[in-house]
Ligand binder design. Sequence first.
Ligand code: ADP
Ligand code: MG
Length: 276
Amino acid sequence: MIEFINIGKQFGENKVLSEVSHVMQTGKCNLIIGTSGSGKTVLQKCLVGLFEPDRGEIFYDGISFTEMNNQSRKGLRQQIGMLFQGSALFDSLTVEQNIMFPLEMFSKMNYGEKKIRVNEVLARVNLEDANNKFPSELSGGMKKRVGIARAIVLNPKYLFCDEPNSGLDPQTSLVIDKLIFDITKEFNMTTVINTHDMNSVMEIGENILYMYQGKKEWTGNNEEIIFSKNERLNEFIFASKFLQDAKDMRMLEAKGIISDDRNMEEILKNGDKLSN
Ligand SMILES: Nc1ncnc2c1ncn2[C@@H]1O[C@H](COP(=O)(O)OP(=O)(O)O)[C@@H](O)[C@H]1O
Ligand SMILES: [Mg+2]
């Protein structure tokens, strides 16, 4: 669990985060959503200590990260896995060398042990036999999976992913989302995901923090988001007419108004009247 209270951050005159408070839950996919520039990346960087917030406090499982000395922070960082935007693999290293990198930095394993661990996480992301490939030989989805394998190689308690689906087609995005969701459950991690991908919100949005201009605008889960009346949220999530209609249909379904095909036709004609 990661709790943060009244986080504030500004760069010069630019107030990027104002009084943001939330709890990221253990064993769940915690999503930070919002339009580009709403402060998602800055918030994530504050949480892991890549930026120092100007105000507020952060607690990792009850322990104040804000008040930790550098030594303790270093210890905690070893329990944090990060999947960077664009995967950030080392191009001149093989898949195996990329994944081994954190083990070389932080573990005392011998080569044989490291190799076993690399193969374990490669198998977990369905990339057995990719050990000797270079990043340039991999598809976008495969690169993400290597990034995930590297992020989890040290068995982290906390996993941070910044836009894990950027640059992927919708189908591959779903595979990556499902993988992140499954490993979150399997290893009971506190997973924090920045995204503006509508599919991710619906598929894995167990605990969603919607950011609007650096402030917390709404929180809830993927069921609640469908029924939310928050206008800013709806404009962001259901941006297209098509999605707005889908949302209305889902609401009608839930209200039991749509029960069979005959009814459906009637509703399509009178949708607006019925949805209130
Ligand atoms: N290192 C930085 N220095 C100055 N301003 C920054 C820095 N990083 C981010 N910002 C500003 O913070 C705001 C939020 O950015 P960001 O968190 O990257 O948005 P998001 O990830 O939601 O798209 C933007 O206005 C951006 O210009
Ligand atoms: Mg960002």
